[in-house]
Design a protein around this ligand. Sequence first.
Ligand code: NAD
Ligand code: LMR
Length: 325
Amino acid sequence: MAQTPVKVTVTGAAGQIGYALLFRIASGQLLGADVPVKLSLLEIPQAVKAAEGTAMELDDCAFPLLSGIEVTDDANKAFDGASVALLVGARPRTAGMERGDLLQANGGIFGPQGKAINDNAADDIRVLVVGNPANTNSLIAQQHAPDVPAERFTAMTRLDHNRALSQLAAKLQVPVTEIKKMTIWGNHSATQYPDLFHAEVGGKVAAEQVDEVWLRDTFIPTVAKRGAAIIEARGASSAASAANAAIDHVFDWVNGTEWTSAAIPSDGSYGVPEGLISSFPVASRDGKWEIIQGLEIDAFSRERIDASVRELEEERAAVRELGLI
Ligand code: NAD
Ligand code: LMR
């Protein structure tokens, strides 16, 4: 194995997404089939033993690309030398918890983890936040990492993107590979806007191939509320599909893509206030996300993008108010 292993840190490693994610990273699906990896599993002290159990199973797979595993509850150690950080562990909303409580609890996780990334990670660190509320958790981590380029902090809307592909493919009875230029705008929440006015199927605009009522009253809410529907059906939030989307996000970030969706810091494009970590249509070139420019946004899309961005602004104002950023 000639290449130096790339250190990948996964937080919440003993959780259900962690369990679906780690084996795929170790098998080479995150970075490429020729890239050796070193895994670091960060957990809270009570879950370290469970994470050690997962590490034993990873050992038992004898993955050729896996050069080492560490399990720790020390964020400084976990992020030391890391080139990829998948921030999955978060404080879930529980009964009776107000939004402020949720943001406060997550601020207590993502602030210190951002600082630990700032102080310890490798210069090429890339961060994907999966733990909800993902966009704002990513913003909190970023604001505690002033020495890391701001654009290295992202949040996951790739699961929403993949859900949108699947719903549209089923409606039009086409393979998902026929669909190009799908876009999720805004927040990873029920306000997100899955956009069919720029998506294409067989080279033609997707919105023109479905009826308006289906687009507005079925497609958009089905994609936006799919997370809740999975929780209702499974009794637990999506795990394998979330892990799959995290793999897709990082693979494309590192290896390049012409068009996907990712929540990245806004540069003011499309009227999204600068600094908000909002989902856009993006390409990845030379290892960097770029917002795809020049799309015409009609009134229908504008209204929906604005509503989701407004929610992100409110979350940013709330975490500022709480002194978390
Ligand atoms: P889970 O409860 O099974 O696992 C979470 C793990 O995180 C637990 O093992 C817990 O001990 C750990 N953890 C908590 N605080 C931590 C900390 N400070 N440091 C390290 N680890 C910590 O949850 P899950 O199903 O794996 O989901 C994880 C998160 O991902 C949730 O917030 C969920 O809402 C979110 N999620 C996001 C998307 C998305 O598309 N962005 C999709 C699905 C789930
Ligand atoms: C999802 O989209 O599946 C999750 O973000 C849902 C959740 O609340 O964990």
